[in-house]
Design a protein around this ligand. Sequence first.
Ligand SMILES: Cc1cc2nc3c(=O)[nH]c(=O)nc-3n(C[C@H](O)[C@H](O)[C@H](O)COP(=O)(O)O)c2cc1C
Length: 371
Amino acid sequence: MDALDSPMTATLGDELVFRSGARAKNRVALAALTNQQSHADGTLSDAEFAFLMARAKGGFGVVCTCATNVAADGQGWPGELGVYDDRHLPGLERLAAALRAEGALAFAQIFHGGARAPSTLTGQQPFSASAFDDPSPTFEKPRAATLAEIERVIGQFRDAARRCCDAGFDGVELHGAHGYLLGQFLSTVTNQRDDAYGGDNAGRARLLREVTRAVRAAVPATFTVGVRLSPEEGGFARGLDLDESLEVARWLADDGVDFVHLSLWDATKNTKKRPEEHAIPLFRAVLPADVRVVAAGAVWTRADGEALLARGADVVALGRAGIANPAWPREVVTEGREPKRAPLTVDELSARAVSPTFSTYLRRFKGFVAP
Ligand SMILES: Cc1cc2nc3c(=O)[nH]c(=O)nc-3n(C[C@H](O)[C@H](O)[C@H](O)COP(=O)(O)O)c2cc1C
């Protein structure tokens, strides 16, 4: 029988229990969405609170924050939420409590920008796995991180996760995708180190694994810990190989993750390396059954989401459809309505708790905001 016809396939409305014991009321997550709405010191703003709360009220089983920086020198964008200082705690506590009160699991995505943490924000030259060049006009050549800096970053991820846990979040997602610091170490292009943090796949994955283990050890087993990965290269995620990513996912399961989140951008497509195969079943096959697979990429309709579950995903994460449809789980999954599709006017976005600041940022995503 084709997997697509399998009577065992869950539906989007079904509850999901993570290995941590955390229960999501359905299989629909709001993916991490950078929105540039936080205050300059990284504290939560009312606009960001309202954006996330509208999605919790709309029925998302999991609501994830934007990429939040674990260190002042890891900030990737202006207006980014911070988790690196106790001054961030009151906002994080308010957000976690309110999301949970709406019945959503509250996750924070934690990250360090590495080479993509510009000096205009951090006041210093960025660091990465290695010094490397890039043709993009705003690129700043990073220097290679010292071993002491690597140790510091591991501690910063650990402390950030603990802070999220103390603030009342249900879990964290380590951002290993899209070519930020953890991804820069995974890459054969941006990691040219000849020490224990470079070289073969085990060496390049060492930082991500040490961060994962440090985080896992710092929080209770009931706190959900996952990792977002780009399975193959694309955009800023360079120097990645599908089979190496599968190996990394397996190692992360050994290190105690509750989920692996595949960032696919277009989840209707098969892998580049093996065009006859899709990433979801490949990752599902190498992971223990209780390590959940989350998948994101161009899900708009209920059928799009169900197709990913049928391929073996446990949870479907929405980015753009979740911006356009704050109540996607209720309206599209439960009531069977057609989703609102892009482009949206600024007024339509505003009616969906998207502030003018966020609307401006969204113009970077072609065809999303009406001219
Ligand atoms: C405005 C915007 C901001 C994003 N910010 C993040 C982010 O902070 N962290 C992350 O991992 N992915 C981020 N992404 C990627 C999304 O999480 C998602 O993987 C991607 O948009 C594909 O899903 P979609 O087709 O449902 O939008 C962002 C995407 C958009 C459109």
